[in-house]
Design a protein around this ligand. Structure first.
Ligand SMILES: Cc1ncc(COP(=O)(O)O)c(C=O)c1O
Length: 406
């Protein structure tokens, strides 16, 4: 399903605070911070030209965040960056002077970090980022996971030395529980979603994501005309759309937010004209996108600068994973996890529907930018859905039939 943005705020400028959070100056600083990370390297931008011809657009470029900072998803950019910023701020307060990221491992800064505990709720990827950030600075991490988070994903977070706390119920329940326990124990919540009275830290998390947009713009031969980004609470979509709006104003690319049909909180908010909390339905295979309420700040941005909202079905997401694993001749294979290929799923849907295609101007002049937001962060699930291991796909030894048969 597709919906134009008809909210009352659409087309009005972003609030100054959001434009500053996601503007170029902040994004330059994010990239400077990244240069102090051991395993930092820009992720690949991959051109899928055979697929672009098949879909009748000029080009498709997909940023492969499966390679980000050893964590397998773009989330590596947000949580860990926010943790570093918070530790530096705490050190500044304690030491009574400015403290730069270069001093992160100075004994007096590490002493401050050791006294801090950062906490968050997660579907998997954000928690990994926060835990990695905490390990990097020498702080403690407490990560809350709901019943649906797979044991593999929990183990991947625990590897960074985080204390893992299982919570009954859904993601939203884990968010509330994390906030409650943190308040009680004096921990710092580093959430990727925001709510009334809690905006700044999620803003820093979104600010961290802007690094991938600047990288992509440097890697792309020409600026895109269309961007499709998948959403959970809307943080990555708002990070990308907000940066584009701050950088290019009215000349920005058309921006489409993509939700799973089973957890379409942004789509339903767009329909209602204001942020809404939706009822829980069946779980979605797009596990990282299973959120039922938009982030307050993300909605504030997207209601102004997103041009449209789409939903994709379960089968669309799995088909996109397979299409990326077994590409058309000439295009490289990409390992995309269950939530990774969702932007592509929406593009395919949009180009196959004459009404959406025309509404968005997805013609032979369209240059499309997508983000593979995660690699195979749950390798067993990946094998089950794609019919091959991530290693086999990477090595290009998967036949179309293997994926088709599944
Ligand atoms: C792989 C992946 N893609 C997309 C998203 C959606 O991001 P957001 O919740 O910021 O909208 C997430 C969130 O965890 C994710 O892990």
């Amino acid at each position: 399903m597709f919906l134009h943005n008809n909210t009352p705020e659409y087309g009005t400028p972003m609030l100054d605070i959001d434009a500053a959070t996601l503007g170029v100056e902040a994004a330059v600083e994010v990239e400077r911070f990244l240069t102090f990370r051991d395993n930092h390297a820009p992720t690949p931008l991959i051109s899928l030209s055979a697929l672009a011809s098949r879909l009748g657009v000029a080009s498709i470029h997909i940023k492969d965040e499966g390679h980000r900072l050893g964590l397998g998803s773009f989330k590596a950019l947000g949580g860990s960056y926010a943790v570093v910023r918070l530790v530096l701020e705490a050190a500044e307060k304690a030491l009574g002077r400015a403290v730069d990221v270069q001093e992160l491992h100075a004994p007096e800064v590490m002493r401050v970090a050791r006294a801090m505990t950062v906490a968050c709720a997660t579907d998997g990827n954000h928690g990994r980022s926060v835990a990695q950030g905490a390990q990097l600075v020498g702080a403690k991490a407490a990560i809350f996971v709901h019943a649906g988070v797979s044991d593999e994903r929990v183990a991947a977070i625990a590897r960074f030395g985080a204390e893992m706390i299982r919570v009954d119920g859904t993601y939203d329940d884990s968010v509330r529980e994390a906030a409650r326990v943190a308040e009680e124990r004096g921990w710092t919540i580093v959430s990727d979603t925001s709510w009334p009275g809690y905006e700044r830290i999620p803003g820093l998390v979104m600010q961290g994501y802007t690094a991938l947009v600047r990288e992509a713009l440097r890697q792309m031969p020409e600026r895109p005309t269309h961007i499709f980004v998948q959403s959970g609470v809307g943080g990555i979509a708002a990070g990308v759309a907000g940066f584009m709006a701050a950088e290019f104003g009215g000349n920005r690319p058309k921006f489409i937010v993509v939700d799973p049909a089973r957890a379409a909180c942004l789509f339903e908010s767009a329909k209602a004209g204001h942020a809404v909390r939706i009822a829980h339905g069946e779980p979605t295979v797009m596990a990282m996108l299973e959120c039922y309420e938009p982030s307050l700040v993300a909605w504030r941005i997207l209601s102004r600068v997103a041009d449209g909202f789409m939903t994709v079905d379960e089968a669309d997401a799995v088909s996109a994973m397979r299409a990326l694993a077994t590409p058309l001749t000439g295009d490289p294979a990409i390992v995309a996890g269950e939530s990774g290929g969702v932007g592509l799923a929406a593009l395919i849907k949009a180009t196959c529907d004459p009404a959406i295609k025309a509404a968005l101007g997805l013609d032979e002049g369209a240059r499309v930018f997508l983000i593979n937001t995660e690699g195979a962060t749950d390798p067993e699930k990946y094998r089950e859905l794609v019919g091959a291991t991530p290693q086999e796909v990477q090595a290009g030894i998967v036949s179309h039939c293997a994926a088709e048969e599944k």
